[in-house]
Write a protein that binds this ligand. Structure first.
Ligand SMILES: Nc1ncnc2c1ncn2[C@@H]1O[C@H](COP(=O)(O)OP(=O)(O)OP(=O)(O)O)[C@@H](O)[C@H]1O
Ligand SMILES: [Mg+2]
Length: 287
């Protein structure tokens, strides 16, 4: 089982969109067993999933599950964190079952976020202990009956003790960048910042790719190409400094079909090739 955390401290680059669509691709097109965990207190993914199919069954089913089973029975990510924080004897007592995990489709499962994760920023939990929470949770998930191949984490644009715990135990950090003048510099700042933040752990393998790529007649615009080349140069520099960072040339274009995919609950089939390229790149790096 491999953990993949999508990160960028920059907002709006497509962390949530890519995490969800890539997870959907791996689960529904590649037949992998996939869990997605929303660790963002903004709850973008959770709300988007909840808003799917205005009148359909999935939304009602999810809402019902979320309000009555998940929240009311204290089985949210925050409850898991609380259970982990409170145990003093090294025993993490929290059930990994369908009261914690929602099964969206046979291979695609989901743990929603709760707005109360904002409490993390007030540091009501033991910060040092929280730093090993994701690793303990992954351990429990690995030994559960679910048998996942991949666990994806959607991360907030800010850095909390929970982010620390996710980033320090993931097998791969996935960094989406956008084609703009800040891309190359942003990657360098992000990786340098990460190194400092997750010390003393080593930085895991990192994959960098371009989201919202601009196309003209089916080809990358010169501008997008230039920003990508600059980003790859930044990656090379980081690699020389010992960071295992790999740029993936497959990009995801900026398209309305992709923008609507989460709220309207579909996979953007016109872009299967792009997601396939990105997924192959990720699997290659993880091997
Ligand atoms: N490839 C794409 N094509 C078109 N629109 C996209 C694409 N990727 C993301 N978007 C849109 O860009 C906006 C920001 O995307 P998203 O919420 O995934 O970013 P984020 O990095 O998770 O943001 P935050 O930092 O707030 O968590 C959304 O409106 C989303 O629909
Ligand atoms: Mg997001």
């Amino acid at each position: 089982m491999k953990g993949i955390a999508t990160i960028n401290f920059k907002g709006g680059v497509g962390k949530t969109t890519i995490t969800w669509l890539l997870a959907k691709y791996a689960a529904e097109k590649m037949g992998k067993r996939v869990l997605v965990i929303d660790t963002d207190a903004q709850m973008s993914l959770t709300l988007a999933v909840q808003l799917q199919e205005e009148t359909g069954k999935l939304r009602n089913k999810f809402e019902d599950w979320y309000e009555n089973k998940h929240k009311a029975r204290h089985k949210t990510l925050l409850d898991a964190l609380e259970a982990y924080d409170q145990n003093r004897k090294g025993y993490f007592d929290f059930p990994i079952d369908s009261s914690f995990i929602y099964q969206m489709s046979p291979n695609l499962h989901f743990v929603p976020s709760v707005v109360d994760l904002y409490w993390l920023e007030l540091e009501i939990f033991d910060k040092e202990k929280t730093k090993s929470f994701a690793s303990a949770l992954l351990g429990k998930i690995e030994h559960s009956r679910f048998n996942y191949d991949y666990v994806f984490f959607d991360s907030p644009p800010n850095f909390t003790a929970l982010s620390y715990s996710v980033l320090s135990c993931a097998s791969l950090l996935l960094i989406p960048i956008n084609p703009d003048v800040f891309a190359a510099r942003g990657v360098k700042l992000l990786i340098d910042g990460l190194q400092r933040r997750i010390d003393p752990w080593p930085v895991p393998k990192i994959a960098v790719f371009m989201n919202k790529a601009k196309l003209y007649r089916g080809q990358l615009t010169r501008e997008s190409q230039r920003y990508w080349e600059e980003t790859k140069d930044s990656c090379k520099e980081e690699k020389r400094a010992g960071v295992h960072v790999f740029p993936i040339d497959s990009y995801i274009p900026e398209r309305v079909d992709i923008k609507r995919a989460i709220p309207e609950q579909y996979f953007p089939d016109n872009y299967t090739e792009e997601f396939s390229g990105l997924w192959s790149g990720i699997e290659r790096i993880l091997r």
